[in-house]
Write a protein that binds this ligand. Structure first.
Ligand code: PLP
Length: 393
């Protein structure tokens, strides 16, 4: 008999799609994939070499649960250099990916029944993670005309005496929207006033195409006190498979998270952690090269969608996703349970294009594509979407 918590979570739609794509590929069927949220670049050579050196130097033993001191120092320096926030090493907890950083944070702050506000569209795992820890996800509608960025009144309407935390994903997956300092301030002030933690998921922080990035913890000392910054190297250093994330928070929270992690997993692989020291200290130019490639792809994506009737996109300012409004296609799909799922299934089955249904992010009128793929794949994928729409008419 399985525990009840296994039945309250839904399987990941995104993992379901990639499994289907892998199966088709195994059968020799070619699929254009714009579904996976993973950089299409290799890990920087210097980071790989640091890992190999660590193995050869036998740096392969247990270490501190919260992470290698050298890595926590590198993270502290990075937070000062890039984000203008001063932390000490005992306020950092190194985790096995950002996902793990988020689960540590939720485990440290949530009691059963506590509410966590999650603006829609959201990164697909947040509500399921909250439910797994017996918390209550409160999904909040935001508006397309604000690029789906949460507004102060939308937050205030959902605050109750059970509200414990708010998720802010900046830049956003799935929309690519980036909050400015002025947009963050009113939200953060409400959280300070009401005593609500902010889970600031800044994993896409480096991938921005416009203004400079504002880290929530940098806004003020009081903002820093209530913020648990979530970050990692999966996206910025193309290290998805290495599994390296971290939190920066108050010492009290860091101590609690470190002790939870100490019992559940100890610490991420030491080899990965040595690679991460190098990635954080010496691989900024690799990151910037990736970002400039994403930037030119983004321009092409916008240009191509501008030329397609019946769909509209949220112009992304960061990350490597575009969120596409397909609501005008609804009349062609009467009586389907989920428009976005139906559209994605047809695109995969008939057009051999894998993209992600908006329902996975809480909005069924949308689908998400990623441009973490080479230009030819991106262009082929968007042409297939155009063809699909033309065929509907
Ligand atoms: N947060 C957001 C917004 C993401 O998009 C992702 C990955 O797609 C993660 C967290 C998880 O990152 P990691 O692979 O480091 O666990």
């Amino acid at each position: 008999m399985l525990a009840k918590r296994t039945s309250i979570i839904s399987p990941s739609v995104t993992i379901g799609i990639s499994t289907k794509v892998k199966e088709l590929k195994r059968q020799g069927i070619e699929v254009t994939s714009l579904s996976i949220g993973e950089p299409d670049f290799f890990t920087p050579d210097k980071a790989k070499k640091a890992a190999i050196d660590a193995i050869n130097a036998n740096k392969t033993k247990y270490d501190a649960a919260s992470g290698l001191l050298e890595l926590k120092e590198a993270i502290v320096n990075k937070l000062k250099r890039d984000n203008q926030v001063i932390y000490t090493t005992n306020e950092i907890v190194v985790t096995s990916g950002a996902k793990h950083a988020i689960s540590n944070a939720l485990l440290a702050i949530l009691d059963p029944g506590d509410q966590v506000i999650i603006p829609k569209p959201y990164w697909t795992s947040y509500p399921e993670m909250v439910k797994l820890i017996n918390g209550q996800p409160i999904l909040v509608d935001t508006m397309a005309e604000n690029s789906f960025k949460l507004q102060a009144n939308e937050l205030l309407d959902h605050v109750t005496d059970k509200t414990k935390a708010l998720f802010i994903t900046n830049p956003s997956n799935p929309t690519g929207a980036v909050y400015s300092k002025e947009e963050l301030e009113p939200i953060v002030n409400i959280c300070i006033e009401k005593g609500i933690y902010i889970l600031a998921d800044e994993i896409y922080e480096k991938i921005i195409f416009g203004d400079t990035f504002t880290s929530i913890a940098s806004l003020s000392d009081r903002a820093k006190e209530i913020t648990i910054t979530i970050n990692g190297l999966s996206k910025s250093a193309s290290m998805t498979g290495w599994r390296l994330g971290y939190t920066a928070s108050s010492k009290t929270l860091a101590t609690a998270m470190s002790s939870i992690q100490g019992h559940l997993v100890s610490h991420p692989s030491t080899i990965t952690q040595w690679a991460a020291v190098e990635a954080i200290n010496n691989c900024e130019s690799d990151t910037q090269n990736m970002v400039s490639t994403y930037n030119s792809r983004r321009d092409q994506v916008i240009k191509m969608f501008d030329a397609i009737e019946d769909v509209e996109i949220i112009k992304p300012d960061g990350a490597f996703y575009t969120f596409i409004n397909i609501s005008k296609l609804r009349p062609y799909f009467n009586n389907v349970e989920s428009l976005s799922l139906e559209v994605c299934n047809i695109l995969l089955d008939k057009y051999r294009l894998a993209i992600v249904p908006g329902i996975a992010f809480g909005l069924d009128d949308y689908v998400r594509i990623t441009y973490a793929a080479d230009m030819k794949t991106i262009e082929t994928g968007i042409d297939k979407i155009k063809q699909f729409i033309d065929d509907l008419k």
